[in-house]
Design a protein around this ligand. Structure first.
Ligand code: UDP
Length: 327
């Protein structure tokens, strides 16, 4: 029959976009999600099982029932700021969650895992752009738990022959170019959607967390990558593993960084709306500047972002906030 993939966290932002693309590619996505941050209405491309990543028995049951060829593991907590305030949540969901899944894979003989990692594993990099040889020195609990997750996979690979691709996302953003799935999180904390809420008058202003960084305009620089491109990278990683390719840990970014102020200018130019701002203190845990060297993902998976120029990111996300696209 058709290949199948278990998608933990498949009701979430990146997971739902990936499930849609898997289906388009003839791969059946089996979504497993506890719906704490995910959205039931975003599960539309295959079966849905409501369950928690910490429930290893529940995972084993689902794996035995559907016999997937691989698992893509999105289910995790993903707010840098929250991780500083509430580390226990991150160690539980992200570390114990990865362990629970790795054990379910070991017990069922499911060999292939694609893991959602993050550029947060690098902390404040000594040099830019960030390639995969950059030392991994996370500066917040979120990044630390993602690094432990990668280490679990690497150690299970040695001990039990687990095979994996760890994908270190830079800043996921944008929305389904066909308009079926939005850029949304709950609660919303990410820069581009918050700025769009401010532009649309849904919140009084965007708070800029620090304008005194050692960057050209004083605001933090990030590498923004469209969620449709991230989804594509997961499909390529799946193909790589089923063809018997080696274990990998890869950056997924564009190679280009934009400051917060540059992002706001693009939103204003594209929507014709002003983004009202207030300057706030720095947010603990934020590195000043992060952007990827995207070379290794290109060489190993043939991955090239197609939707990640900032204009396209803003154009695809704007309609979900009731904003018109003017240019
Ligand atoms: N940011 C901001 N105001 C907001 C949300 C984010 O100034 O309302 C900043 C944040 O401090 C960081 C950048 O925008 O420097 C990107 O933050 P985001 O939360 O989108 O992603 P992260 O880089 O934390 O994964």
């Amino acid at each position: 029959g058709a290949p199948r993939v278990l998608v933990t966290g498949g009701a979430g932002f990146i997971g739902s976009h990936t499930a849609k693309l898997l289906r388009l590619e003839g791969i059946e996505p089996i979504v497993y999600d506890n719906l704490t941050t995910g959205n039931r209405s975003s599960v539309r491309w295959g079966p849905f099982i409501e369950g928690d990543i910490l429930d290893s028995d529940g995972l084993i049951e689902v794996i035995e029932k559907y016999a997937p060829d691989a698992v893509i593991h999105f289910a995790a907590s993903a707010y840098v700021g929250e991780s500083v305030q509430n580390p226990a949540k991150y160690y539980n969901n992200n570390v114990c969650g990865a362990l629970s899944l790795a054990d379910a894979c070991r017990q069922t003989g499911l060999q292939n895992i694609i893991f959602s990692s993050s550029c947060a594993v690098y902390g404040i990099p000594p040099t830019l752009p960030i390639d995969e040889a950059t030392p991994k020195a996370p500066i917040n609990p979120y990044g630390k738990t993602k690094l432990i997750g990668e280490n679990v996979l690497a150690d299970y690979a040695v001990a039990f022959g687990l095979r994996y691709v760890a994908l270190r996302y830079f800043n996921a953003c944008g929305a389904d170019p066909e308009g079926e799935l939005g850029e949304w999180h709950f609660p919303e904390t990410h820069l581009i959607p918050r700025a769009m809420q401010a532009a649309a008058g849904q919140i009084p202003h965007l708070e800029i967390f620090g304008d005194d960084y050692d960057t050209p305009d004083g605001t933090c620089i990030r590498d923004y990558i469209h969620v449709a491109d991230l989804a594509r990278a997961h499909v390529l990683a799946f193909d790589h593993l089923v063809r018997g390719g080696p274990n990998l840990a890869l950056n997924l970014g564009t190679g280009r960084g934009f400051s917060i102020k540059e992002v706001l200018l693009m939103i204003e130019e594209t929507t014709g709306r002003e983004v009202p701002i207030v300057i706030r203190p720095r947010r603990p845990g934020d590195p000043p500047s992060l952007y990827a060297d995207p070379g290794l993902a290109r060489e190993t998976l043939g991955f090239r972002p197609q939707h990640s120029d900032l204009k396209t990111i803003v154009r695809t996300a704007a309609p979900f906030f009731g904003l018109e696209v003017r240019s």
